[in-house]
Design a protein around this ligand. Structure first.
Ligand SMILES: NC(=O)c1ccc[n+]([C@@H]2O[C@H](COP(=O)([O-])OP(=O)(O)OC[C@H]3O[C@@H](n4cnc5c(N)ncnc54)[C@H](OP(=O)(O)O)[C@@H]3O)[C@@H](O)[C@H]2O)c1
Length: 369
């Protein structure tokens, strides 16, 4: 049961105040910095291919730039993008250390004065960051790109506050800015991003229909707040008719689709005139090239967002990180964990097999230390 497995995040007032603090300067040297080893363990791939190309390696511990912090990683998680990079769909320099979400404690502060919009940083502080390369014992992040994990939040939940919550928020705020009373469709509604999208779209006042592949996932999407959940295994014409009928007989205002190729054509059938299709992932493969004329009959908008351009300034990162923490504090988003994997080549490999198997719901965590 999703509700049983979701953990409410309550943030004490003192912590809330610190994360809401306006632009503050720099960092605090309040504890002596721990010793940092010259080398550390990472899971990386040296060539693209299947999950088996993940290998454990001992490499030099990264040296932070003057405006960066060094973080001793405690938790990270699997994201679908790991598969795109490892398979070669997205090109990255080799060898490559994956891992989008850093959760851990700061062990080295910046050597230059930097503005940290979410408050001063200190040694020993637990933070989350989207700076990446977190399948590692140590990771670096620009000081502006780390956000405190409040004391009352379980460390591992910092992983869910990172990529999946920030992605869901930027999709709902900017890709298609959902309005109160809107009808929206969330694809893969029981997935990592999907479960958070459903909860937040409901919190922002939308009517939400989700599609999922199994009855168990349908139950989870319903418990997350979806008003209507349809099985993607049903005939497409049936699902299209149900979605259009449910949305005042007109179709939905917005589609949030991380599946890509397999659901692309159906997306055009379930939207109303002037709607927006947000195609934000390729779980089934990338969408095919198309002519802008495809948009004409319903004067549609199609957007293909990525999280990082939305949060690549200190102000934007701070704004979204602050909102993510506040929503968690208010209980408007709760996190489901599919499984915890060990920090090893085998653990990373299995997480990537599982996330692409369609058998997972919620977040896949990796426990580093
Ligand atoms: N644009 C961005 O910045 C951004 C950021 C984060 C994530 N994403 C994208 O968001 C999507 C969801 O990511 P996630 O990490 O949260 O993964 P996820 O949703 O937990 O897992 C992917 C889900 O996609 C569905 N799916 C449908 N067809 C599939 C297929 N052929 N193979 C595998 N899965 C299929 C499955 O749900 P059903 O079984 O219910 O269909 C599966 O559980 C991914 O496409 C990811 O790349 C994009």
């Amino acid at each position: 049961m999703l509700l049983a497995s979701l953990r409410r995040i309550a943030v004490p007032l003192a912590v809330t105040r610190s994360i809401h603090r306006p632009l503050a300067t720099a960092y605090v040297r309040n504890m002596s910095a721990p010793a940092i080893p010259k080398t550390h363990k990472v899971v990386q791939f040296e060539k693209t291919g299947g999950p088996e190309v993940n290998v454990l390696a001992e490499v030099p511990t990264p040296t932070p730039k003057p405006d960066e912090v060094l973080i001793k990683v405690e938790w990270t998680g699997a994201n679908f993008i790991d598969n795109y990079r490892r398979s070669g769909l997205y090109t990255v320099p080799l060898p490559y250390v994956q891992g989008q979400d850093i959760v851990g404690k700061i062990v080295q502060l910046p050597t230059e004065k930097v503005d940290t919009p979410l408050g001063p940083l200190k040694i020993g502080q637990r933070v989350f960051s989207t700076a990446g390369h977190s399948f590692a014992e140590y990771a670096v992040a620009p000081a502006w790109q780390v956000a405190p994990v409040p004391d009352s939040v379980k460390a591992e939940d910092g992983v869910s506050l990172s990529t999946v919550t920030l992605t869901a928020l930027t999709l709902l705020r900017e890709a298609y800015p959902v309005q109160k009373g809107d009808y929206v469709l969330v694809r893969a509604a029981a997935g990592g991003v999907g479960l958070v999208l459903v909860q937040l779209a409901k919190a922002f006042g939308a009517h939400v229909v989700g599609t999922v592949s199994t009855a168990e996932k349908a139950q989870q999407a319903r418990e997350a707040g979806a008003d209507l959940v349809l099985l993607s295994t049903a005939p497409s014409e049936e699902n299209v008719a149900k979605i259009v009928e449910w949305s005042e007989g007109k179709g939905v205002h917005g589609v949030y689709d991380g599946i890509g190729k397999d659901t692309w054509e159906e997306d055009f059938l379930v939207v109303r005139p002037k709607a927006t299709i947000v195609t934000y992932g390729n779980a089934s493969g990338p969408v095919p090239p198309f002519s802008p004329l495809k948009l004409t009959p319903k004067v549609l908008k199609v957007t293909r967002p990525s999280l990082f351009p939305f949060i690549n300034t200190p102000e934007d990162f701070a704004r979204y990180a602050r909102e993510a923490v506040t929503l968690a504090e208010q209980g408007k988003v709760k996190f489901a964990v599919h499984k915890v994997y060990p920090f090893s080549a085998e653990g990373v490999k299995q997480s990537q097999i599982d996330i692409s198997s369609r058998g997972t719901t919620g977040k896949l965590l990796i426990h580093v230390s």
